[in-house]
Design a protein around this ligand. Structure first.
Ligand SMILES: Cc1ncc(C[n+]2csc(CCOP(=O)(O)OP(=O)(O)O)c2C)c(N)n1
Length: 186
């Protein structure tokens, strides 16, 4: 499995969701899977994507929100897992793309256990799943209530294609429009 196929399966399973992706592979894969759709691509602020998604889920309780984050991102923003366990937003799904590497910066090894489902499980309040194939993704997402965290373990580190770098004002404008139903400012 590679990240592009995994993210495509997530988008297919929850096509109406508001998506928040972390920098690197997650953003590139989400741009590829949705034709650069109006999502919140956190193109540079490592460690902040799940925190941002928690805010979106809180502000838009009537919408499903999906946070797609890399494993390096998940380690850097690990405190947000505690916030997730405390807040338990019923409209939030977290997908951790776990390849054991900081791919975008040159493929350095993560160097710590990739125990994302295990940590979330230990914290409680969040349904957790671990998958290792594309076919398992939709069933894992739909298998029970949210909040849920799905750890997607993949080995094919193939770059999804589109740049992870984004035009921040444009991203913000398009995402705000998608989240509110109001016209985009730019
Ligand atoms: C605070 C901060 N530290 C370091 C970086 C540099 N950096 C950018 S992407 C990245 C690796 C991200 O790893 P991961 O979330 O696993 O995504 P992947 O590269 O595998 O797609 C790093 C270290 C950064 N952007 N911000």
């Amino acid at each position: 499995m590679n990240a592009a196929d995994a993210v495509r399966a997530v988008v297919d399973a929850v096509p109406d969701a508001l998506f928040v992706s972390s920098l690197g592979t997650a953003t590139s894969a989400l741009r590829a899977a949705t034709g650069d759709g109006p999502h919140l691509y956190m193109g540079g602020s490592m460690g902040s994507a799940l925190a941002a998604a928690l805010g979106v889920a809180d502000c838009r309780p009537e919408r499903r929100v999906v946070s797609i984050i890399g494993d390096g991102e998940a380690v850097m923003g690990a405190g947000s897992l505690w916030a997730l366990a405390g807040l338990k937003p019923e409209n939030l799904l977290v997908v951790v793309l776990a390849d054991g590497h900081y791919t975008i910066t040159g493929g350095q090894q993560l160097g710590v256990p990739g125990a994302f489902s295990a940590v979330a499980e230990a914290l409680g309040g969040v349904r957790t799943e671990t998958v290792e194939s594309v076919q398992e993704i939709a069933p894992a997402i739909g298998a029970g209530p949210w909040p849920a965290l799905v750890e997607v373990r993949y080995a094919e580190r193939v770059w999804p294609g589109p740049s992870p770098f984004v035009d921040c004002p444009l991203v913000r404008s398009r995402f705000t429009a998608a989240a509110t139903g109001e016209p985009a400012a730019i």
